[in-house]
Design a protein. Structure first.
Length: 427
RNA sequence: GGUGAGGUGGGUGAGUGGCUGAAACCACCGGUUUGCUAAACCGGCGUACUCUGAAAGGGGUACCGCGGGUUCGAAUCCCGCCCUCACCGCCA
């Protein structure tokens, strides 16, 4: 959520920045609606506070009267207070309603794009922030896409996944399973040496948690739910990890907080069929190591750079061709101020696959989370939150398999040898 | 799942209807003292909203797990929920 005070004090800049997202004009009008609703809220607040003050004062007086034995005067006051209370009850209800309306409106206003976000409405307008300049892997004419390699080398089985669960739930086996485990460990080790604290969070979260990071109410349909217990399967480790600091006030000296965690991720992802969802390109369950930072507002863009560096380093070590995109206004996530996507080139499909998304949410998340830090002048202030995938496994695996295939084996990048226990996959 | 006890500020913990936004102690911050450190002493020390003020500040309201209720008045009484601990049951 955006802060109302910001909408109030910097209205024109915000509306202008929001235009980059290609919002329909009625969305832009929400800004003014929120502010005027909030004006109403303020005046109700003032009036209500005054009434309650009257009640409090009178109640004290009644106590005194009783002590002094002035029953009549006390009863008089009692009647007066009862009247005042009726009015204050009304006001309270009005207040509650107005507050809910404001909250609802705020939920519909996306984050303000960073000034560097390019205008544009669809993925073609994303800016190539860093392109791949070296040659792509040269494959044989009869090179196979990863889902065929999987069959040939017995690495994962989508049909078995269907048998056990349903489509989009891959079952990895043999070298395929070991490669998953190797990548997870590799990514975690890299995060730890970059100073992240390793977190192994719960995979199911309650409603409060899902709400605080914005999965509810907007993306309710994207999550699997355990209805009997009112719990949600996490779509990303971002949800439990960011919620660790929900409602906290952190000492400034402790910033930045660096946390990283491996979890499976569950996504319902209704819709969309065809080539884009073949093999491991898009699945309902996949593994991911997520990195999260809680940063000082003055330094959050340095933090973002640092995280980009971390993800680049991982891909360099895996020897995968990749490019970095700066998302345009139209493609930018609802809650993000600036997002960079990492795409890996999967040579047999001749396709760029998104393997990481690194974002700075500025105070948009922390405002909802009530996540603050104590600044030098002792005043609590909203912190900035950032996160990124480092990395999502399924598509990395797709690219590794496709790019490194030889006639009767698939070579593993050197950095993984100690993790996999093998340097190539053979039949 | 059953029974019992309990959830108070950063921590320990007092508080069973008005004088309690909350004692005391610890931690923390500022000061005095001191060659330095420590001790001692003095002072400060929650959050949100709101009004007022140029600001410093001052006033008000709410918050003692969460939500409702009783009452002129609730941390304190009543109801529902959540959670923690102990014992029993079950269990990787």
């Amino acid at each position: 959520m955006l802060e109302i005070n910001l909408l109030r004090s910097d209205r024109n800049r915000i509306v202008k920045a929001l235009q980059k997202r290609n919002l329909p004009t009625e969305k832009l009008e929400l800004v003014d609606q929120v502010v005027s609703k909030d004006d109403l809220r303020k005046s109700l607040q003032t009036e209500l506070d005054q009434l309650l003050n009257q009640v409090n004062e009178a109640s004290k007086e009644i106590g005194r009267m009783f002590k002094e034995g002035k029953q009549d005067r006390a009863n008089e006051l009692r009647n007066m207070v009862n009247e005042t209370k009726q009015r204050s009850k009304q006001l309270e209800e009005e207040m509650k309603a107005v507050k809910e309306e404001i909250a609802q409106l705020l939920l519909d206003i996306p984050n303000i794009p960073h000034e560097s976000v390019p205008p544009g409405s669809n993925p073609e307008d994303n800016e190539i922030y860093k392109d791949w300049t070296k040659p792509f892997p040269q494959l044989d004419e009869n090179a196979l896409p990863h889902w065929e390699l999987a069959e040939k080398f017995n690495l994962f089985d989508l049909k078995l996944g269907v048998k056990l669960t349903g489509s989009g739930f891959p079952l990895y086996r043999g070298h395929g399973a070991r490669l998953q485990r190797a990548l997870i460990n590799f990514f975690l080790d890299q995060a730890i040496s970059a100073g992240y604290e390793e977190i192994l969070p719960p995979l199911l979260v309650n409603e409060d948690t899902a709400r605080a990071t914005g999965q509810l109410p907007d993306k309710e349909g994207q999550m699997y739910m355990a209805e009997r217990d009112n719990l949600y399967l996490i779509p990303t480790a971002e949800v439990p990890i960011t919620n660790i600091v929900r409602g906290e006030i952190i000492e400034e000296a402790a910033l930045p907080l660096r946390m990283a965690g491996y979890t499976p991720c569950f996504r319902r992802e209704a819709g969309s069929y065809g080539a884009d969802v073949k093999g491991l390109n898009r699945v309902h369950q996949f593994d991911k190591v997520e990195i999260v930072q809680i940063s000082h507002p003055d330094r959050s863009y340095e933090t973002l750079e640092e995280m980009l560096g971390h993800v680049s380093m991982l891909l360099d070590k895996l020897e995968l061709p990749y490019r970095i995109l700066r998302l345009c206004g139209g493609d930018l996530g609802f809650t993000s101020a600036l997002t960079f996507d990492f795409e890996v080139y999967s040579a047999a499909q001749s396709k760029w696959l998104e393997v990481s998304s690194v974002s700075n949410f500025e105070t948009y998340q922390s405002n909802r989370l009530m996540l603050r830090f104590r600044s030098q002048d002792r005043k609590p202030q909203l912190a900035h939150t950032l996160n990124g995938s480092a990395l999502a496994l399924a598509r990395v695996v797709a690219a590794l398999l496709e790019n490194n295939q030889k006639e009767d084996e698939i070579l593993m990048p050197e950095v993984l040898h100690n993790y996999t226990g093998f340097s190539s996959i053979r039949i």
